[in-house]
Design a protein around this ligand. Sequence first.
Ligand code: C5P
Length: 291
Amino acid sequence: MSRLTTTAPAKINLTLHVTGRRDDGYHLLDSLVVFVDQGDRITVTPSPELRLTVTGPFAAGVPVDDGNLVMRAARALAKARDVDRGAAIVLDKHLPHAAGIGGGSADAAATLRVLAAFWNVAPLPGDHPAVLALGADVPACLAAPAPLRMGGVGELLQPAPALPDCALVLVNPRHDTPTPAVFKALECRDNPGMKALPDGMDVDGLAAWLNQQRNDLLAPARVIAPQIDAVLDRLRSLPAVKAVGLSGSGATCWGLVADMASARQAARAVQIGSSGWWVAPAGVLRAGAVL
Ligand code: C5P
């Protein structure tokens, strides 16, 4: 195989309920997760050893050594499958980092997938201990692009009930919100989980349901990135936006709209007068979408 390429789609938490905390400090979650058609790209070509190059609009400051989850994922797969070949990996970074939308976890999962094919070895299943050890969101990102209900600390995954056609507008005020810092600032940890997600909802039904759910990391994330309030207010002010929320530990916020045309229009509206914010219209991927 001379060259393989794949997408690492952004992970969006439409809800994120923190229902408890384990003795090791990790938090128990109940979260509705979707994947979208915005993501990083990973390309692999032959090389005697493992090496990583980072390109793209968000390449600055991204490590190319084992500080990058891509390298850790590649080494974990090589070890678990006894591979002694290398690969030249190019990570084309289109997603902002420390932004609550997967980023490193999505890249790690995409690396596991694409290198298994490239090295012609069995892929690591999502419940392999090496997968969760890479990061709590990596099992979910490995299950992409199907919408999921995520439990445990991130390792318990169930297919979500069918979601209606819809799209999102994603907005990040470009203020890093490192996940450990947000969890550390979380005060209330024993909250109820999500209300049951009914089957067969239309987009207005989904919006009404989302408006009754929470992201328990919103309160601590706002302390670290107060700009989140301005982003949520801006999204709420758009007539096409039916529900808003924060993804993961932020600071990326989403607005739910009916379709891609509305998402593009909403994105243009947010871009006007918000210099420095990352704004992207995003289609919600369905199970079976090719990455
Ligand atoms: O597993 P990952 O490296 O993505 O997690 C980053 C940090 O976020 C952890 O060190 C932990 O502080 C926190 N975290 C948590 N509970 C989770 C996921 C992450 O407390 N379920």
